[in-house]
Design a protein around this ligand. Structure first.
Ligand code: FMN
Length: 167
């Protein structure tokens, strides 16, 4: 099947934007034509052979624009391979409890579609990139500033997705 792979993402403070762009670059290295776009900007899935959809997490949920994307394109998403990724801070932990919690973040998404692959990537927290309200919350919970992104893990997953898309 010909066509471009769409990497659609939702990000509030830029971390997931950079992860989505890296996924796009790694898919291109595998020989696939790729477009990387904000989920809210996408108006149709026509012409895309597969979709890679990702979101940052806020308060235990994907961002609204990524959730809306799933609702807007529910039918088209069932007709092509979809891989999903989540960028958040709990991904740094590996206990049963944290795994169960992060799986709960994407349970509403998996109720609407069956991804060919799913990944959880550790993200970044930088106070200067947050809105006033989010900075306030982060200070209240004494959140540490951190950039925990593992670019090799991101690219390794993109290669796995490329193999599935190429079939
Ligand atoms: C107000 C706030 C709430 C957050 N809630 C969660 C959460 O519930 N679970 C989690 O794992 N990470 C949480 N995070 C961490 C973000 O998901 C992480 O910083 C992510 O990399 C941000 O991505 P973005 O820059 O693309 O928005 C939260 C961050 C902020 C600022």
């Amino acid at each position: 099947m010909s066509g471009t792979v769409l990497v659609a993402y939702a990000s509030k403070s830029g971390t997931t934007t950079e992860v989505a762009r890296r996924i796009g670059a790694c898919l291109r290295e595998e020989g696939l034509p790729v477009e990387v776009r904000r989920a809210a900007e996408v108006t149709s899935l026509e012409g895309y052979r597969a979709v890679v959809l990702g979101s940052a997490v806020r308060m235990g949920q994907w961002l609204p624009e990524a959730r809306r994307f799933v609702g807007r394109f529910s039918e088209a998403l069932r007709e092509r391979p979809v891989a999903i990724f989540t960028v958040h801070l709990l991904a740094r932990e590996n206990s049963d409890e944290s795994r169960a919690q992060r799986e709960s973040y994407t349970a509403p998404i998996r109720a609407c579609l069956t991804p060919v692959s799913e990944a959880f990537f550790a993200g970044r927290l930088e106070l200067a990139r947050l809105s006033f309200g989010e900075r306030f919350i982060s200070r209240m919970v004494k959140a540490e500033e951190v950039d925990a992104r593992d670019w090799e893990a991101v690219c390794a997953w993109a290669r796995e997705v490329a193999a599935r898309v190429k079939g």
